[in-house]
Write a protein that binds this ligand. Sequence first.
Ligand code: PMV
Length: 317
Amino acid sequence: MRAISQAQPNIALVKYWGKRDVENNLPATGSLSVTLDALWTRMSVEFDDQPGPDTLLVNGAEQPTMLPRVRRCLDDIAGAERPAARIESECNFPIAAGLASSASAFAALATAASKANGRRSDRLSLARAAGRASGSAARSLYPGFVELEVGPDNINLSTLATPEQWPLTVTVAVTEAGSKPVSSSAAMIISRQTSPFYEAWVERQPEDLSAAREAVAARDFAALAAVAEHNCLKMHSVMWSSRPSVVYWNSATLAALESVRRMQDRGDAVFFTIDAGPQVKVVSLPEMATEVADQLRKTAGVIDVLQSGLGDGARIL
Ligand code: PMV
């Protein structure tokens, strides 16, 4: 009745921004990400023998605001008549701050809950359950470079290259420790309803996905850098042009982008991406990792630097 899992966050290089179906949390477009290695969520799920209130501890503290989403995900996996669950989660990086903690959390939750409930679920079913809770979480079930495709009524996922096949490094410049002002789900709805750029964003997503897919297949760093930066800035243009506007950046976010541009001007193999938060994620070849961390630490307003290679999908410990 108890299972413990681990999942790592993933960082999208071609972003998911917008829902085709809010009820089933079905993304409007596909996306492509890398699963990380060094940042993790570990989760224990234990079912009682009868129904009752669920409890949730995150890093030892009760989390009543996250409980409704967690409960829905458990109902989805174990059925609404399920016994009460005791969930304990531990995370080695800041949560709800644009570091994809909900991706690792819901990937870990789906994995542990289905095992604790005695279900033998395949990876795709777990990914779909995680994805109904948090769209990006589906990708954290898979290792390395992951493509999420959206079919007529569900998502499909595949690994395009394993971490061993193309070992890149992701360095995160943390520019703010607090949680974000607007949730990504709320912001996506505002974008779809109000941004004049939203339809163009959805329409042009297949061409970015195919460019990124080809870059991964060819291990072409420059091509991946070009499409990932373009796709990131395009997503933020959609957010900025929404009403009310959604601006997650701060001055240190821009300073970190300038640091990346300086490295690129010297010919370094690095590129940036930014999600629904002010943190800047810098992707590089592993041999550049120390230099990238040094440059980001020196950047005004950067309060911490985290680094990770690419890693595996969610698993039972
Ligand atoms: O999975 P959600 O609902 O937290 O949305 C994630 C959206 C982005 O991180 C901005 C992009 C992505 O593809 O991960």
